[in-house]
Design a protein around this ligand. Structure first.
Ligand SMILES: NC(=O)c1ccc[n+]([C@@H]2O[C@H](COP(=O)([O-])OP(=O)(O)OC[C@H]3O[C@@H](n4cnc5c(N)ncnc54)[C@H](O)[C@@H]3O)[C@@H](O)[C@H]2O)c1
Length: 341
């Protein structure tokens, strides 16, 4: 298939491209590089022999985006481009709605211009908000508790209504749980700008000495060791879920949502211990009060994706930590050069 990939230079997009090209698909990336570097696409090219082109373009530039889509005539779109920080989304609400919702409208217009009716969207477990039951399946009520989650829920609704408007259209909403890890080669991984908000990239930077100590936000949750529990999913497993989802378009009518997680809960302390085992030494950490909006536990029921997409997570916690460490230790400054001292 010819696949237009928005945000393809980012963390999840770049890993997905390697899997897509490996399966013989062709890809055109549209990325503004606002949170990534073209160097990530060079690594994708290094790891795969497939057909990959890219255009530097903001998805909100609807004229340019439509020109790119009409020229390429994709069979399907995978839409990763977006802003993703929960904390930042409160302070920059307008930007989050502009990129994540208005940007998606602009993309749908470009798809209409090019005659493409199939889209896979990067959604998030954040759309569920405070869990009413665990593990959460796709029938769980939608009730985001932060601006980022609201933008994802709105984009899901937009895509659902768009897909229902024409019989030839289909939208697959993939609700990611907590993507972590890096490519097995150690050549590609997450390269956050500024201070990482998520546990794993922060931990990796503590291990390389770039940060002093891991901050654990709360050790008084009602969990066995008091720290928060999440459903971590290896980025390569997540990438493969997108490739598997492309086949779903053959029978899809309208829109459908799928949880992409392992179903296994891992606490912050367990992750820290797993990381310490891999690096072979204790890592400095500090306990801080809980962060507002954080929940005690979040875990996916991935049965629907297992059944309907024929997809199953294959990697375990050790694979997640080892691949992340291989990437971070070989590329302590990500895709960039170290700062001049
Ligand atoms: N990483 C996670 O923990 C996680 C969890 C759930 C959902 N998601 C969603 O998955 C998607 C990809 O996440 P990621 O972790 O790879 O993030 P990322 O920031 O690494 O990748 C996003 C990419 O989109 C690009 N981009 C941002 N705004 C753009 C715009 N206006 N026009 C064109 N390109 C733009 C960035 O330059 C970047 O390359 C996002 O939509 C995110 O909300 C991520």
């Amino acid at each position: 298939m010819k696949v237009l990939v928005t945000g393809g230079a980012g963390y999840i997009g770049s890993h997905t491209l390697v899997e897509l090209l490996g399966q013989g698909h062709e890809a055109l990336v549209v990325d503004s590089f606002s949170n990534s570097s073209p160097a990530a696409l060079d690594r994708v090219r290094e790891l795969s022999n497939g057909w990959l082109e890219h255009e530097e373009c903001d998805i909100r530039d609807s004229t340019r985006l439509a020109q790119v889509a009409v020229r390429f005539r994709p069979d399907a779109v995978i839409h990763f481009a977006g802003l993703k920080s929960v904390g930042e989304s409160t302070r920059r609400a307008t930007d989050y709605y502009d990129v994540n919702v208005a940007g998606t409208v602009s993309l749908l217009r470009a798809m209409e211009a090019s005659g493409c009716g199939k889209i896979i969207f990067s959604s998030s477990a954040t759309v569920y908000g405070e869990p009413e039951y665990l593990p959460s399946d796709e029938a769980h009520r939608i009730g985001p508790t932060n601006v980022y989650g609201q933008t994802k829920a709105m984009a899901e609704q937009l895509l659902t209504d768009w897909a229902r408007a024409e019989p030839a259209r289909g939208a697959i909403l993939l609700r990611y749980f907590n993507p972590v890890g890096a490519h097995a080669s150690g050549r590609m991984g997450e390269d956050p700008r500024g201070v990482p908000e998520n546990l794993m990239p922060f931990l990796a930077q503590v291990a390389t000495g770039r940060r002093e100590a891991l901050r654990i936000w709360g050790d008084d949750y009602p969990t066995p060791d008091g720290t928060g529990i999440r459903d971590y999913i290896h980025v390569t497993d997540l990438a493969r879920a997108h490739v598997a989802a492309l086949a779903r378009f053959a029978t899809l009518e309208g829109a459908d949502a799928y949880n992409i997680g392992t179903g296994q809960g891992i606490s912050v302390r367990e992750m820290l211990q797993a990381f310490e085992r891999v690096v072979g030494r204790p890592l400095p950490h500090e306990i801080h009060p809980r962060r507002p909006g954080d929940v005690a536990e979040m875990r996916a029921d991935p049965a629907k994706a297992n059944r309907e997409l024929g997809w199953q997570a294959e990697y375990d916690v050790d694979d997640m930590v080892k691949s992340l460490w291989a990437w971070q230790s070989a590329n302590p400054w990500g895709y960039g050069a170290p700062p001049e001292s």
